[in-house]
Write a protein that binds this ligand. Structure first.
Ligand code: HEM
Length: 495
């Protein structure tokens, strides 16, 4: 009897506590959707019905006219930012109040992803970012350019070798993964992974296995976003441990070989070797940083490139216009490509950007308020204090699809990026903005553009009927990932 009474009292206390807790935003005068008890506003993502990105987009669309919206990730109050000026202040102007990303991965549980600059916090992040920045300068891009070109040629040859009646059927993500994996190995580690020669290269098997996160892994990750303090107990891993260890061994072998051989290539591996000499003082996990370069360099870029090939295959007129630009630029440069020639292709850049707008590879950016911040609500002439620790959600995909900023947003139309003047600042942020924006942007953009130039110069693309339309994305994946393959017909262009 006593225990039943105790449970009733405890239940009542929890209920009252949560009721008050769920009034966190309304007490601050901030509007938002009504939370479900214990689940908050993200219930469909817990069952895998929708991704968190989809839910954020729904809230964004529902609360038009509000600069900020309060919602609950189960019991955690989160702030969704709709005001572009506030996005600028959070990512750039008042960055010191929002230095950390809203992610909690322990290095003890996941040595690789836990050491990723994206997960590092405070001074550790600052020091690491400073060291890695040297590897992505425009000078470094010029150095690696010939390797990207060589791998592009290998990719074209590999497609030609599968041609039947002038047509090859490709799965775009697989093809692009081979290309980006060859690039990462060549540009960062000075290795030839022979992805185009072997049917199932070891590196490819490992690369695929590394980022395959099961639903249990994602649940644990969710829990850590809900109650950040329990991430230590949950032993959360994003990178698969078996493949992760294999990768760490591989990076170790690359580094030992470089030290023993005395070869100097002025590449990422050389920077890592130099950094290792100072490792005891700087505390970086060099092997893990190398492993992260491997994953970053190949994974997102291959998805973005595959989606761009898909859009070009869907839109013949865009494809033809792009092919003309490539031909003209090559003619003007005497048939020789360089970083400058690639950068001069305006239509290619427009296609690249439009692809990232339509398929926002990272649908939301999560920041943490690291120092309390006062925001002035102009429309009500009042101020609200964003408390330290509050997760801040920047709805990238929702903004990219807002008709207020992009007319007919679901339409793939590169032309809209040719008139940059009409583009409002902070409405297009596929790489984030400010000091914490994507470190590998230059490398990612360059390798994708070189790959697309090679394919479009040599093949006419169309979508194969095996592709399920519209493309569906995996709700369990951290970045946009089509669930079924992207199948494309490539018809060789005869000179
Ligand atoms: C087209 C391909 C890519 C896209 C769309 C992309 C997008 C992003 C985004 C949205 C962020 C988060 C930015 C923020 O928090 O504000 C990010 C962070 C990061 N990206 Fe990329 N990325 C790409 C390719 C790459 C490549 C090729 C590399 C390296 C080889 C790379 C390395 C990183 C790193 C290290 C960070 C963490 C930066 C920090 O927190 O200081 N990315 N990326």
């Amino acid at each position: 009897m006593l225990s039943v009474l105790l449970m009733v009292v405890l239940g009542a206390i929890t209920y009252c506590y949560l009721r008050r807790h769920y009034s966190y935003w309304s007490r601050k005068g901030i509007t938002g959707p009504r939370p479900i008890f214990l689940l908050g506003n993200i219930a469909p993502s817990i069952t895998g019905k929708k991704s968190v990105g989809d839910i954020v987009t729904e809230i964004y669309n529902e609360y038009k006219g509000n600069p900020i919206v309060g919602f609950y990730r189960t019991v955690t109050p989160c702030l969704l930012v709709r005001d572009l000026n506030l996005i600028k202040d959070i990512t750039v102007k008042d960055f010191k109040h929002f230095e950390n990303n809203d992610i909690h991965i322990e290095r003890k549980s996941d040595r690789i992803f836990g050491s990723h600059p994206f997960c590092l916090k405070g001074n550790e992040w600052k020091n690491c970012r400073k060291e890695l920045t040297h590897s992505f300068t425009s000078g470094k891009m010029k150095l690696i350019f010939p390797m990207l070109e060589e791998n592009g040629q290998k990719m074209v040859k590999s497609i030609c070798s599968t041609t039947v009646n002038e047509i090859s059927v490709l799965e775009a993500k697989k093809l692009c993964s081979k290309f980006t994996l060859e690039n990462v190995n060549a540009c960062a580690f000075g290795m030839d992974s022979q992805c185009f020669r072997k049917t199932e290269p070891m590196d490819m098997r490992m690369a695929y296995g590394l980022v395959k996160t099961g639903s249990w892994g994602v649940y644990k990750y969710f829990l850590s976003t809900i109650i950040p303090r329990i991430h230590k107990v949950l032993n959360i891993r994003i990178v698969n441990s078996t493949y992760g260890n294999e990768l760490l061994h591989m990076i170790h072998a690359f580094m030992s070989y470089r030290v023993k051989s005395g070869v100097v290539r002025n590449d990422f591996l050389d920077s890592m070797v130099q950094l290792k000499e100072n490792a005891p003082s700087n505390g970086f996990d060099i092997l893990a940083l190398g492993a992260n370069f491997f994953v970053d360099g190949y994974e997102t870029s291959s998805t973005v490139m595959a989606l761009l090939l898909f859009e070009l295959a869907m839109h013949k007129e865009v494809q033809n216009k792009l092919r003309s630009e490539i031909r003209q630029s090559k003619e003007l440069s005497g048939g020789k490509l360089s970083c400058e020639v690639v950068q001069s292709m305006r239509y290619l850049d427009a296609c690249f950007n439009e692809n990232l707008r339509v398929h926002s590879i990272v649908s939301t950016l999560g920041k943490t308020c690291t120092k309390s911040y006062t925001y002035h609500l102009k429309h009500r002439n009042t101020s609200v204090v964003i408390e330290k620790g509050t997760p801040i959600i920047i709805p990238i995909s929702a903004i990219h699809h807002d008709p207020q900023y992009f007319e007919n947003p679901i339409h793939f139309c590169p032309e809209r990026f040719l008139e940059k003047k009409t583009l409002q600042k902070y409405t297009f942020m596929p790489f984030g903005e400010g000091p914490r924006s994507c470190l590998g942007k230059r490398f990612g953009v360059l390798q994708i553009k070189v790959g697309v130039i090679d394919i479009i110069s040599n093949f006419e693309l169309s979508v194969n009927e095996k592709t399920e339309l519209p493309l569906k994305y995996n709700p369990w994946f951290f970045v946009v990932a089509p669930t079924k393959g992207i199948w494309i017909n490539a018809k060789k262009i005869l000179e």
